[in-house]
Each structure stands twice: as C-alpha cells, then as structure tokens.
Ligand binder design. Structure first.
Ligand SMILES: [Zn+2]
Length: 188
C-alpha cells in the first residue's frame, strides 16, 4: 500500500498484491496500478522497469480522462430501485424496437465491464451505471441488447449501433472516461 514510482515527469501510486499466479501481471482496471505477483516473487522493481512505457501511457490516458470530465458530476442521488425501473424500461423499449426477446434483467456489481448478456438471454447491467447520466445508461442497455443480434464487436454489430447512435465512438469514449471517474470517486 501507498507505494509510488516516478516515470519521467509522473509520480504514479501503486499497490502490490501477492497471489497464487504463475506470472506477474499489471492491472489498471480500477484506475490505479496494481502489481500482481506470484507469492515467491521478489522482482517488484524489475517488473515495473520492464513495463514502464506501458504504465506511463496507461496512466496518462486515465489522467486525461479524469481531466476531461472535471466539470461533470456523478449522479449520486439515484436509488437502486429507480435504477432498476429505468433499466427495465429501456430494456423493454429496445426489445420492441430491435425485435429481440430478453429473458431477465439483473443489476450486479461487476469488476471490469458495464454489462453482459448470457446465452439464456439474461441481461446483466453493472450497478455502477447508476452514477451515469441517463443518456449513457440508455446507450449501455442498447449496446448490450444489440448483442442479442450480433455477439461480436464486428462490422455488423457497429452498423446496428450506428443506425441509432451515429457517433457511437463518442459514447464509448465517455463510458471509458466515466469508468475511471467512478473508480476514483466511488470505488476506493
Ligand atoms: Zn459489447
């Protein structure tokens, strides 16, 4: 806890987590650097040194995402019940518009994604969406539901998305930025 490294002009905080893993790896999933090392590893500094360019780039990306959203406020007023109603409403709207069937909608905290869709057509949305503006929650639900038509992020998928959200790249970018803002303000 509370360790820091300096790479060029950046001071980057990080944590070390010893786990039952075979190889060391680095994660930025929560917006801050975690070094995951095998339990017998002693090579903390070596691994950082080896990956310093990647760490530097990733950290830059996150810092600029936070900077871009510095005037945005997370919605902290929405209750779980309101969120559930809103997500269900969107899901049934899109189910009609896209002519797809959906089984159930679940809200669950997930570590690294906004939503997922099971082969049984259950839609799971990350409870973190509750902090997003409505227009982005709608997009998340729509994105997941288009996966009922096309599972992969291929040309066909983006074409369907693009028919409703012409500038969907902007939405995807916002989601990435909000992810880091939520990790920073809520999840720490
Ligand atoms: Zn997707």
């Amino acid at each position: 806890m509370g360790k820091r490294i300096k790479i060029s002009n950046q001071e980057i905080g990080y944590q070390v987590s010893y786990r039952d893993v075979e190889y060391p790896r680095l994660e930025f999933k929560t917006g801050s650097l975690v070094l995951i090392l095998p339990r017998d590893s002693k090579s903390e500094e070596e691994i950082i040194k080896k990956h310093k360019d990647w760490i530097y780039k990733k950290n830059n990306l996150i810092q600029s995402a936070l900077q871009d959203l510095k005037n945005e406020k997370l919605n902290t007023k929405r209750t779980d019940k309101e969120l559930g109603n809103f997500v269900n409403q969107q899901a049934s709207d899109f189910s009609r518009k896209l002519k797809v069937d959906i089984n159930k909608v679940f809200l669950r905290r997930m570590k690294s994604k906004w939503g997922s869709l099971s082969s049984r057509k259950n839609l799971t949305i990350n409870t973190f969406v509750k902090y997003l503006p409505n227009w982005l929650i709608k997009y998340v639900v729509f994105h997941e539901m288009v996966h009922l038509i096309e599972r992969k992020h291929n040309e066909r998928f983006w074409k369907i998305i693009g028919a409703k959200y012409e500038n969907y790249q902007r939405y995807e970018t916002y989601l990435l930025k909000y992810w880091f803002l939520i990790q920073k303000e809520i999840n720490c």
